[in-house]
Design a protein around this ligand. Structure first.
Ligand code: ASP
Length: 364
Protein backbone atom coordinates (compact mmCIF):
# COMPACT_ATOMS: atom_id res chain seq x y z
CA UNK A 1 0.00 0.00 0.00
CA UNK A 2 1.57 3.32 -0.93
CA UNK A 3 0.89 6.53 0.94
CA UNK A 4 -0.84 9.49 -0.70
CA UNK A 5 2.42 11.41 -0.73
CA UNK A 6 4.27 8.50 -2.39
CA UNK A 7 1.49 8.28 -4.95
CA UNK A 8 2.67 11.62 -6.36
CA UNK A 9 6.31 10.65 -6.45
CA UNK A 10 8.22 7.95 -8.22
CA UNK A 11 11.78 6.71 -7.97
CA UNK A 12 12.54 8.82 -11.00
CA UNK A 13 10.89 11.89 -9.55
CA UNK A 14 8.22 11.95 -12.25
CA UNK A 15 4.66 12.25 -11.02
CA UNK A 16 3.38 8.71 -10.47
CA UNK A 17 0.26 8.98 -12.60
CA UNK A 18 2.12 10.29 -15.62
CA UNK A 19 4.85 7.70 -15.25
CA UNK A 20 2.21 4.96 -15.03
CA UNK A 21 0.53 6.18 -18.21
CA UNK A 22 3.77 6.75 -20.06
CA UNK A 23 4.66 4.21 -22.71
CA UNK A 24 8.14 4.71 -24.09
CA UNK A 25 8.24 5.46 -27.80
CA UNK A 26 10.89 6.28 -30.34
CA UNK A 27 11.64 10.01 -30.24
CA UNK A 28 14.66 11.94 -31.52
CA UNK A 29 15.22 15.67 -31.08
CA UNK A 30 18.12 17.85 -32.20
CA UNK A 31 19.24 21.41 -32.81
CA UNK A 32 17.83 23.07 -35.94
CA UNK A 33 20.68 21.80 -38.13
CA UNK A 34 19.75 18.25 -37.12
CA UNK A 35 16.73 17.39 -39.23
CA UNK A 36 18.64 14.84 -41.32
CA UNK A 37 20.27 13.56 -38.14
CA UNK A 38 16.86 13.02 -36.49
CA UNK A 39 15.57 11.18 -39.53
CA UNK A 40 18.63 8.96 -39.73
CA UNK A 41 18.53 8.25 -35.98
CA UNK A 42 14.82 7.38 -36.22
CA UNK A 43 15.52 4.87 -39.01
CA UNK A 44 18.01 3.17 -36.73
CA UNK A 45 15.70 3.23 -33.70
CA UNK A 46 12.99 1.60 -35.81
CA UNK A 47 15.36 -1.19 -36.71
CA UNK A 48 15.95 -1.78 -32.99
CA UNK A 49 19.34 -0.04 -32.76
CA UNK A 50 20.86 1.17 -29.52
CA UNK A 51 20.05 4.83 -28.83
CA UNK A 52 23.71 5.87 -28.85
CA UNK A 53 24.31 4.14 -32.21
CA UNK A 54 21.28 6.01 -33.52
CA UNK A 55 22.24 9.54 -32.44
CA UNK A 56 25.85 9.04 -33.52
CA UNK A 57 24.82 7.90 -37.00
CA UNK A 58 22.68 11.04 -37.12
CA UNK A 59 25.30 13.60 -36.12
CA UNK A 60 28.00 11.92 -38.22
CA UNK A 61 26.08 13.29 -41.23
CA UNK A 62 26.73 16.84 -39.97
CA UNK A 63 30.30 16.12 -38.97
CA UNK A 64 31.13 14.87 -42.46
CA UNK A 65 29.19 17.59 -44.27
CA UNK A 66 31.51 20.39 -45.47
CA UNK A 67 28.51 22.71 -45.72
CA UNK A 68 27.80 22.63 -41.98
CA UNK A 69 30.31 25.24 -40.84
CA UNK A 70 29.73 24.67 -37.15
CA UNK A 71 30.48 20.96 -36.85
CA UNK A 72 33.31 18.61 -37.91
CA UNK A 73 34.74 18.87 -41.43
CA UNK A 74 34.29 22.42 -42.75
CA UNK A 75 33.78 23.87 -39.26
CA UNK A 76 35.02 27.44 -38.80
CA UNK A 77 38.54 27.40 -37.36
CA UNK A 78 40.23 28.99 -34.36
CA UNK A 79 42.11 32.31 -34.62
CA UNK A 80 45.11 30.47 -36.11
CA UNK A 81 43.03 29.01 -38.92
CA UNK A 82 43.00 25.52 -37.40
CA UNK A 83 39.77 23.59 -36.88
CA UNK A 84 39.49 22.27 -33.32
CA UNK A 85 36.58 20.01 -32.46
CA UNK A 86 34.76 19.18 -29.22
CA UNK A 87 32.27 16.36 -28.60
CA UNK A 88 30.61 14.39 -25.83
CA UNK A 89 28.42 11.29 -25.70
CA UNK A 90 26.29 9.80 -22.93
CA UNK A 91 24.72 6.35 -22.90
CA UNK A 92 21.75 6.13 -20.58
CA UNK A 93 21.46 2.35 -20.06
CA UNK A 94 25.09 1.96 -18.94
CA UNK A 95 25.26 5.47 -17.42
CA UNK A 96 28.61 6.06 -19.10
CA UNK A 97 30.01 9.09 -20.87
CA UNK A 98 33.00 10.06 -22.97
CA UNK A 99 34.35 13.26 -24.46
CA UNK A 100 37.10 14.87 -26.50
CA UNK A 101 38.06 18.52 -26.69
CA UNK A 102 40.29 20.66 -28.89
CA UNK A 103 40.76 17.66 -31.20
CA UNK A 104 42.43 18.51 -34.52
CA UNK A 105 42.44 16.73 -37.89
CA UNK A 106 39.73 14.13 -37.18
CA UNK A 107 36.37 14.64 -38.89
CA UNK A 108 34.18 12.76 -36.44
CA UNK A 109 35.02 13.70 -32.84
CA UNK A 110 31.78 12.10 -31.59
CA UNK A 111 33.12 8.68 -32.64
CA UNK A 112 36.34 9.35 -30.73
CA UNK A 113 34.33 10.46 -27.67
CA UNK A 114 32.52 7.15 -27.80
CA UNK A 115 35.82 5.25 -27.92
CA UNK A 116 37.02 7.21 -24.89
CA UNK A 117 33.85 6.07 -23.11
CA UNK A 118 34.16 2.44 -24.15
CA UNK A 119 37.89 1.81 -24.25
CA UNK A 120 39.49 3.87 -21.53
CA UNK A 121 39.23 4.33 -17.80
CA UNK A 122 38.83 8.08 -18.41
CA UNK A 123 35.99 10.36 -19.44
CA UNK A 124 37.72 13.09 -21.45
CA UNK A 125 40.81 13.42 -23.62
CA UNK A 126 41.97 16.73 -25.07
CA UNK A 127 44.28 18.14 -27.72
CA UNK A 128 47.38 16.17 -28.67
CA UNK A 129 46.46 13.24 -26.41
CA UNK A 130 43.01 12.96 -27.97
CA UNK A 131 44.56 12.97 -31.46
CA UNK A 132 47.09 10.26 -30.55
CA UNK A 133 44.27 8.20 -29.05
CA UNK A 134 42.16 8.56 -32.22
CA UNK A 135 45.12 7.53 -34.40
CA UNK A 136 45.70 4.50 -32.20
CA UNK A 137 42.18 3.43 -33.17
CA UNK A 138 42.91 3.85 -36.86
CA UNK A 139 41.49 7.32 -37.54
CA UNK A 140 43.27 9.08 -40.40
CA UNK A 141 44.41 12.66 -39.98
CA UNK A 142 42.81 15.00 -42.51
CA UNK A 143 42.82 18.73 -43.11
CA UNK A 144 39.41 19.86 -41.85
CA UNK A 145 39.64 23.38 -43.24
CA UNK A 146 37.59 23.63 -46.41
CA UNK A 147 38.24 26.40 -48.92
CA UNK A 148 35.05 28.10 -47.77
CA UNK A 149 36.06 28.07 -44.09
CA UNK A 150 39.57 29.21 -44.97
CA UNK A 151 38.10 32.11 -46.93
CA UNK A 152 35.93 33.10 -43.95
CA UNK A 153 38.97 32.96 -41.66
CA UNK A 154 41.05 35.15 -43.99
CA UNK A 155 38.21 37.64 -44.27
CA UNK A 156 37.96 37.69 -40.48
CA UNK A 157 41.71 38.35 -40.18
CA UNK A 158 41.44 41.16 -42.65
CA UNK A 159 38.49 42.68 -40.84
CA UNK A 160 40.50 43.32 -37.65
CA UNK A 161 41.87 46.84 -37.17
CA UNK A 162 44.03 48.65 -34.67
CA UNK A 163 43.13 52.14 -33.43
CA UNK A 164 44.58 53.77 -36.49
CA UNK A 165 42.54 51.45 -38.70
CA UNK A 166 45.59 49.39 -39.67
CA UNK A 167 45.88 45.63 -40.12
CA UNK A 168 49.05 43.80 -41.17
CA UNK A 169 47.06 41.32 -43.22
CA UNK A 170 45.67 43.90 -45.58
CA UNK A 171 45.80 47.57 -46.54
CA UNK A 172 49.56 47.81 -46.98
CA UNK A 173 50.64 51.45 -46.86
CA UNK A 174 51.79 51.11 -50.44
CA UNK A 175 48.45 49.68 -51.59
CA UNK A 176 46.28 51.75 -53.94
CA UNK A 177 43.34 53.34 -52.10
CA UNK A 178 40.08 51.43 -52.15
CA UNK A 179 37.24 50.12 -50.04
CA UNK A 180 37.76 46.90 -48.05
CA UNK A 181 34.99 45.21 -50.06
CA UNK A 182 36.80 46.01 -53.34
CA UNK A 183 40.06 44.76 -51.82
CA UNK A 184 38.38 41.48 -50.88
CA UNK A 185 37.07 41.10 -54.40
CA UNK A 186 40.61 41.57 -55.74
CA UNK A 187 42.03 39.06 -53.28
CA UNK A 188 39.49 36.38 -54.06
CA UNK A 189 38.66 36.86 -57.73
CA UNK A 190 37.34 33.31 -58.15
CA UNK A 191 34.91 33.47 -55.23
CA UNK A 192 31.29 34.19 -56.10
CA UNK A 193 29.46 37.17 -54.56
CA UNK A 194 27.21 35.07 -52.32
CA UNK A 195 30.14 33.18 -50.78
CA UNK A 196 32.09 36.39 -50.25
CA UNK A 197 29.06 38.00 -48.60
CA UNK A 198 28.68 34.92 -46.37
CA UNK A 199 32.37 35.06 -45.41
CA UNK A 200 32.06 38.73 -44.50
CA UNK A 201 28.98 38.08 -42.44
CA UNK A 202 30.48 35.19 -40.42
CA UNK A 203 33.66 37.21 -39.94
CA UNK A 204 31.65 40.09 -38.47
CA UNK A 205 29.15 38.00 -36.55
CA UNK A 206 30.54 34.52 -35.82
CA UNK A 207 27.61 32.12 -36.05
CA UNK A 208 26.67 29.74 -33.28
CA UNK A 209 26.11 26.20 -34.40
CA UNK A 210 26.87 22.76 -33.00
CA UNK A 211 24.60 19.76 -33.16
CA UNK A 212 23.01 18.24 -30.09
CA UNK A 213 20.91 15.10 -30.64
CA UNK A 214 18.93 13.17 -28.02
CA UNK A 215 17.05 9.89 -28.43
CA UNK A 216 14.58 7.69 -26.56
CA UNK A 217 13.57 4.24 -27.79
CA UNK A 218 10.59 1.97 -27.22
CA UNK A 219 12.47 0.17 -24.48
CA UNK A 220 12.71 3.48 -22.59
CA UNK A 221 16.48 3.76 -23.15
CA UNK A 222 18.06 7.14 -23.78
CA UNK A 223 21.32 8.55 -25.14
CA UNK A 224 22.70 11.85 -26.35
CA UNK A 225 25.56 13.46 -28.23
CA UNK A 226 26.82 17.00 -28.74
CA UNK A 227 29.48 17.77 -31.33
CA UNK A 228 30.89 21.07 -32.57
CA UNK A 229 33.74 23.08 -34.01
CA UNK A 230 33.01 25.54 -31.20
CA UNK A 231 33.19 29.26 -31.34
CA UNK A 232 34.63 30.60 -34.60
CA UNK A 233 37.95 32.46 -34.23
CA UNK A 234 38.44 31.19 -30.66
CA UNK A 235 41.82 31.16 -28.95
CA UNK A 236 43.57 27.84 -29.68
CA UNK A 237 42.75 25.40 -26.90
CA UNK A 238 39.48 27.07 -25.93
CA UNK A 239 36.98 24.45 -24.82
CA UNK A 240 33.27 25.22 -24.89
CA UNK A 241 30.30 23.56 -23.24
CA UNK A 242 29.70 20.85 -25.85
CA UNK A 243 32.23 18.29 -24.58
CA UNK A 244 31.52 18.95 -20.91
CA UNK A 245 29.13 16.43 -19.39
CA UNK A 246 26.64 18.47 -17.41
CA UNK A 247 26.94 21.56 -19.61
CA UNK A 248 26.54 20.68 -23.33
CA UNK A 249 24.99 17.28 -22.61
CA UNK A 250 23.46 15.31 -19.78
CA UNK A 251 21.53 12.03 -19.76
CA UNK A 252 20.01 10.49 -16.67
CA UNK A 253 18.34 7.22 -17.59
CA UNK A 254 15.84 7.69 -14.71
CA UNK A 255 14.65 11.13 -15.78
CA UNK A 256 15.60 12.29 -19.25
CA UNK A 257 18.22 13.94 -21.41
CA UNK A 258 19.21 17.50 -22.23
CA UNK A 259 21.70 19.32 -24.42
CA UNK A 260 22.62 22.81 -25.51
CA UNK A 261 23.87 24.93 -28.38
CA UNK A 262 24.90 28.56 -28.38
CA UNK A 263 27.38 30.50 -26.30
CA UNK A 264 29.15 27.79 -24.33
CA UNK A 265 30.71 30.08 -21.74
CA UNK A 266 27.28 31.10 -20.43
CA UNK A 267 26.05 27.53 -20.41
CA UNK A 268 29.07 26.31 -18.45
CA UNK A 269 28.40 28.95 -15.82
CA UNK A 270 25.05 27.32 -14.99
CA UNK A 271 25.93 23.65 -15.76
CA UNK A 272 23.01 23.91 -18.17
CA UNK A 273 22.18 20.39 -19.37
CA UNK A 274 22.47 18.96 -15.85
CA UNK A 275 20.31 21.79 -14.52
CA UNK A 276 17.62 21.04 -17.12
CA UNK A 277 17.56 17.33 -16.23
CA UNK A 278 17.47 18.08 -12.51
CA UNK A 279 14.61 20.50 -13.13
CA UNK A 280 12.70 17.67 -14.81
CA UNK A 281 13.49 15.39 -11.89
CA UNK A 282 11.90 17.96 -9.60
CA UNK A 283 8.72 17.79 -11.68
CA UNK A 284 9.07 20.58 -14.26
CA UNK A 285 7.99 19.68 -17.77
CA UNK A 286 10.75 19.87 -20.42
CA UNK A 287 9.78 23.36 -21.59
CA UNK A 288 9.73 24.85 -18.10
CA UNK A 289 12.94 22.97 -17.23
CA UNK A 290 14.71 24.68 -20.16
CA UNK A 291 13.22 28.10 -19.40
CA UNK A 292 14.24 27.90 -15.75
CA UNK A 293 17.83 27.17 -16.81
CA UNK A 294 17.72 30.19 -19.15
CA UNK A 295 16.48 32.35 -16.27
CA UNK A 296 19.69 31.45 -14.43
CA UNK A 297 21.70 32.65 -17.42
CA UNK A 298 19.75 35.93 -17.46
CA UNK A 299 20.27 36.26 -13.72
CA UNK A 300 24.04 36.00 -14.24
CA UNK A 301 23.75 39.23 -16.24
CA UNK A 302 21.43 40.92 -13.75
CA UNK A 303 18.70 40.44 -16.40
CA UNK A 304 20.37 43.18 -18.46
CA UNK A 305 18.71 42.70 -21.85
CA UNK A 306 21.33 44.76 -23.67
CA UNK A 307 24.16 42.44 -22.61
CA UNK A 308 22.05 39.33 -23.05
CA UNK A 309 21.25 40.45 -26.61
CA UNK A 310 24.90 39.84 -27.55
CA UNK A 311 24.52 36.07 -27.52
CA UNK A 312 22.09 33.20 -27.75
CA UNK A 313 21.73 29.88 -25.99
CA UNK A 314 19.26 27.09 -26.65
CA UNK A 315 18.40 24.06 -24.53
CA UNK A 316 16.84 20.81 -25.76
CA UNK A 317 15.11 18.42 -23.37
CA UNK A 318 13.65 14.95 -23.83
CA UNK A 319 11.94 13.35 -20.88
CA UNK A 320 11.90 9.62 -20.30
CA UNK A 321 8.18 9.46 -21.09
CA UNK A 322 8.75 10.93 -24.57
CA UNK A 323 7.66 14.51 -23.81
CA UNK A 324 10.16 16.96 -25.33
CA UNK A 325 10.78 20.68 -25.75
CA UNK A 326 13.40 23.26 -26.59
CA UNK A 327 13.77 26.81 -25.33
CA UNK A 328 16.00 29.58 -26.52
CA UNK A 329 17.18 32.68 -24.71
CA UNK A 330 15.80 34.77 -27.58
CA UNK A 331 12.72 34.17 -29.73
CA UNK A 332 14.67 34.87 -32.90
CA UNK A 333 18.13 35.57 -34.18
CA UNK A 334 18.99 38.14 -36.79
CA UNK A 335 20.70 36.68 -39.85
CA UNK A 336 21.64 38.88 -42.79
CA UNK A 337 19.20 41.53 -41.57
CA UNK A 338 16.36 39.02 -41.31
CA UNK A 339 14.70 37.76 -38.15
CA UNK A 340 14.82 33.96 -38.02
CA UNK A 341 12.63 32.32 -35.35
CA UNK A 342 14.42 29.85 -33.07
CA UNK A 343 13.58 26.27 -34.06
CA UNK A 344 14.68 22.72 -33.35
CA UNK A 345 14.38 19.39 -35.12
CA UNK A 346 12.12 16.52 -34.09
CA UNK A 347 11.26 13.08 -35.35
CA UNK A 348 8.78 11.24 -33.14
CA UNK A 349 7.87 8.61 -35.69
CA UNK A 350 5.45 10.95 -37.51
CA UNK A 351 8.20 12.23 -39.80
CA UNK A 352 10.95 14.79 -39.29
CA UNK A 353 10.07 18.44 -38.85
CA UNK A 354 11.27 21.70 -37.36
CA UNK A 355 9.30 23.01 -34.38
CA UNK A 356 9.41 26.44 -32.78
CA UNK A 357 11.44 26.79 -29.60
CA UNK A 358 9.91 28.36 -26.53
CA UNK A 359 11.82 31.50 -25.57
CA UNK A 360 12.66 33.64 -22.58
CA UNK A 361 13.22 37.05 -24.18
CA UNK A 362 11.84 38.75 -27.26
CA UNK A 363 13.98 40.71 -29.69
CA UNK A 364 12.43 44.11 -30.34
N1 ASP B 1 28.18 25.78 -27.74
C1 ASP B 1 29.27 25.84 -28.66
C2 ASP B 1 30.50 26.32 -27.95
O1 ASP B 1 30.40 27.24 -27.16
C3 ASP B 1 29.07 26.72 -29.83
C4 ASP B 1 27.73 26.77 -30.44
O2 ASP B 1 26.83 26.02 -30.10
O3 ASP B 1 27.56 27.57 -31.33
O4 ASP B 1 31.55 25.82 -28.26
Amino acid sequence: MISRRECFRTVAGLPALRAAQARPRNVVIASANGLRACNRAMELLRSGADTLDAVLAGVNLNEEDPEDNTVGYGGLPNEDGIVELDASVMHGPTRRCGAVAALRNIKTPSKVARLVMEHTDHVMLVGEGALRFAKAFGFQEENLLTEKSRLAWLVWKQSLRDRSGHNNWTDGLDAPPGKPSARLRELFPHVDEATLAWAWQVAMDPPTGTINCLALNERGEMSGVTTTSGLAWKIAGRVGDSPLPGAGLWVDQDVGAAGATGRGEENIRIAGAHTVVENMRRGMDPKEACLEALRRVARNFGNDAERLAKFDLTFYALRKDGVYASASLWNARVREGKRVPARYAVNDGEGGRLELCAWLLERK
